[in-house]
Design a protein. Structure first.
Length: 280
């Protein structure tokens, strides 16, 4: 059985999607399947020569790729819920359509999830335009897990909330360099450390059962379609039950393209943080 289902929500980003698929085509060490859910207004983002080439390359080496059109739009939380409904593997990776993975990231994430036995592990995306922008104050909340990853209740403006700054700019790269985990060469997938997070964006590998037990993204019905922070809420619900961690080195790089999400009325965390997930 495939070890990981890689779930990619996309809309109107043909170049970025092709770049993301190129990163996946360079992965090895773990079997995975790719599911793309497209909500572009025009032709699907995957229906371009570049993306088609990468889909063919993935399929040629035995990686299944499922290309789906999912319309009408009902918000990014519903899009993520739809993708989760298509997943079958024990682990699911939510990968944004503008994140490039260096070789070895999937293998490293999979090793970390099994070693730690928690609800999720994340390779937070890094902005390489900030390589010379060192931010020691924002890196100050960094704390490695000492021993098993334990469940945590993270609430907005609580003590753990300040960890969100760890994933600004290229802070993850600078932290990995400080720890001797990133020298510019590709690190081996078995070399990593786990650290405490408030949440992470762009590249998060969940234990699928843990995510489903926490309600997944079924809360999409309870929030406006333009709500944001759906990834934050889902991760924090999983953390409260099974724990979660970031890992360094990340190896996930944000392409830093403008967002395709429109106006955002409210955060799912603000709307539903104290509302328990519905039973499945």
């Amino acid at each position: 059985m495939t070890a990981i289902d890689v779930l990619i929500p996309t809309s109107g980003r043909p170049v970025e999607l092709a770049t993301t698929l190129a990163g996946l085509a360079a992965q090895s060490g773990v079997d995975f399947r790719v599911v793309v859910s497209d909500q572009s207004d025009g032709p699907p983002a995957y229906d371009t020569p570049s993306a088609t080439t990468l889909v063919r390359a993935l399929r040629r080496r035995g990686t299944p790729v499922e290309l789906l059109r999912h319309l009408p739009r009902r918000g990014i939380a519903e899009q993520r819920a739809f993708l989760l409904s298509r997943a079958r593997a024990d682990a699911v990776l939510y990968l944004d359509d503008d994140v490039w993975l260096e070789p070895g990231v999937l293998d490293r994430l999979h090793r970390a999830l099994h070693t730690l036995g928690c609800g999720f592990v994340a390779a937070a995306m890094q902005g390489l335009s900030h390589l010379d922008d060192v931010r020691p104050d924002e890196c100050a909340p960094f704390e490695m897990w000492d021993g098993p990853v334990r469940p945590e209740t993270v609430v907005k403006d609580g003590p753990a909330w300040s960890r969100w700054t760890l994933h600004n700019a290229a802070n993850g790269v600078h932290l990995a360099e400080r720890l001797g985990l990133d020298t510019g060469a590709l690190p081996p997938p078995q070399r990593w450390v786990a650290y405490k997070v408030a949440w992470a964006a762009g590249c998060v590998l969940f234990d699928r059962t843990a995510l489903l037990e926490a309600g997944g993204f079924d809360f999409w019905r309870d929030v406006p379609a333009d709500t944001h922070g759906e990834d934050v809420l889902s991760q924090q619900r999983v953390m409260a039950r099974r724990g979660g961690a970031g890992i360094l080195p990340s190896g996930a790089y944000h392409q830093q393209s403008p967002t395709t999400l429109g106006g955002r009325s409210a955060s799912a965390v603000d709307l539903l943080a104290l509302v328990p997930p519905a039973r499945r």
